[in-house]
Design a binder for this molecule. Structure first.
Ligand code: ADP
Ligand code: MG
Length: 399
């Protein structure tokens, strides 16, 4: 991607009103926030603007209220969590535009922070209505987007505002874009990609894009079964999308033509029932899977070989677990390869970037997340980026 403007380009913001798009779509249970990771991600941006004397108005969506007010999806519910993370008092404004916001701006002192109401209460948000964006922009002097996770949507507060106000990437957005650029935009070679997870169908576009970009494509998880089946392996009762065999052939041919080596497992962990530590569990060659068995993880020999592949690489991008990692011991391959990648990253020989909801959970479970170069918490936006798509919220920030 081309360059983009950051907070370093915003000049003196003292007394200016900064409209800051953040991700406050926090997981809740019984009215309480259960995970404040997303708030912590944007805290540096919010606090930097506050410290520099801006009046900070936070913009975010919450849930899917479909263009109308909904008492169960008000951003007033996240105020406590945001105050806890920021260590500062935060005001709540039950509007995103109009006189109430204008009055709030009037009483805010430099450095004060307020959260505006859920942007998706208004249909103009998802419709990217220019009039709606104009009404929001009327109360701001600059726009800062710190929500990479929402950047795959062209909405009023991710895209529309950039046409109306000087716009900058926040620190979290900046870190994400820099990491993604290092991983696939302009990576140090050789590059490896791990693509796992349940289904080929959900990641077809990712696989097609990656074969042209990476030197090694490591396929694991349920999707490996579909590739193995396409190659004539009998995968028994495994999760498998048999109808996608021709698509898998195409991807394998494209990889061949592009000089990308595709790694499929040659030993696997199988069981007759899907449960923790099932008595029927065994390790076998992919050609020895019985009709009543299912493949639930990549085998130990294949994992060791994959670790050796990573040792020859300088860059790794990872989406999707290698096995059904939620159920022990089918987490073994994911944990082992994640630990190898983490160790290589820690010693500085590998730039490793990972993303995806289950992937982040799996890397945390492996105790490997902290040593990865960068972990993206953006689900949909990360996948669209891996598909090589232009994200409208990112494109809008390009200088
Ligand atoms: P992400 O959320 O990181 O993008 P996915 O949602 O694509 O990842 O895939 C994660 C799911 O894939 C996990 O729930 C995992 O249990 C499942 N999975 C991985 N390998 C297998 C397998 N061999 N059989 C069945 N499910 C699998
Ligand atoms: Mg998932």
């Amino acid at each position: 991607m081309a360059g983009f403007k950051t907070l370093d380009d915003a000049g003196d913001v003292t007394g200016k009103v900064a409209l800051v798009r953040v991700d406050l779509n926090l997981p809740m249970d019984g009215g309480r926030v259960t995970d404040d990771t997303r708030v912590r991600a944007s805290a540096p941006t919010i606090l930097e603007l506050s410290r520099k004397g801006a009046k900070v108005l936070l913009l975010a969506h919450f849930g899917r209220p479909k263009g109308q007010r909904s008492s169960t999806q008000s951003l007033s519910m996240v105020i406590d969590a945001v105050q806890d993370v920021l260590g500062k008092e935060v005001m709540f404004v039950p509007e995103v535009a109009g006189p109430v916001v204008e009055q709030t701006v009037g009483i805010l002192r430099n450095g004060d922070i307020a959260i505006l109401e859920n942007t998706r209460f208004w249909p103009g948000e998802e419709a990217n209505d220019p009039e709606f964006a104009k009404a929001i922009a009327a109360n701001g002097d600059l726009f800062v987007n710190d929500a990479f996770s929402a950047a795959h949507r062209a909405h009023a507060t991710t895209e529309g505002l950039t046409h109306l106000l000087p716009s900058y990437a926040g620190r979290s957005m900046q870190a994400e874009l820099e990491a993604l650029e290092k991983a696939l935009g302009n990576p140090e070679k050789p590059v490896a990609a791990v693509v796992g997870g349940a289904k080929v169908s959900s990641k077809l576009a990712v696989l097609k894009h990656l074969v042209d970009k990476v030197d090694h494509l490591i396929i694991g998880g349920g999707m490996a079964n579909t590739f193995l089946a396409a190659r004539g392996v009998d995968v028994g009762k495994s999760l498998c999308e048999h109808e996608l065999a021709p698509t898998c052939e195409e991807i394998l041919d494209a990889a061949d033509a592009a000089g990308c080596t595709v790694h499929l497992p040659y030993d696997v962990v199988v069981a007759k029932e899907f449960a923790a530590n099932p008595p029927s569990m065994r390790i076998c060659n992919v050609h020895e899977v019985a009709a009543d068995e299912m493949i639930l993880d990549v085998g130990p020999q294949a994992v060791e070989a994959l670790g050796d592949v990573l040792k020859t690489c300088r860059t790794l991008v990872w989406n999707g677990p290698l096995g059904a990692f939620e159920t022990s011991p089918f987490d073994a391959a994911t944990v082992a390869l994640a630990k190898t990648a983490a160790a290589l990253s820690k010693e500085g020989s590998l730039v490793s970037v990972a993303g995806g909801g289950d992937t982040v959970a799996a890397l945390n479970h492996a105790g490997a997340a902290a040593d990865f170069t960068y972990i993206s918490t953006a689900g949909g936006a990360f996948l669209e980026w891996m598909e090589g798509r232009v994200l409208p919220g990112v494109a809008a920030l390009e200088a």
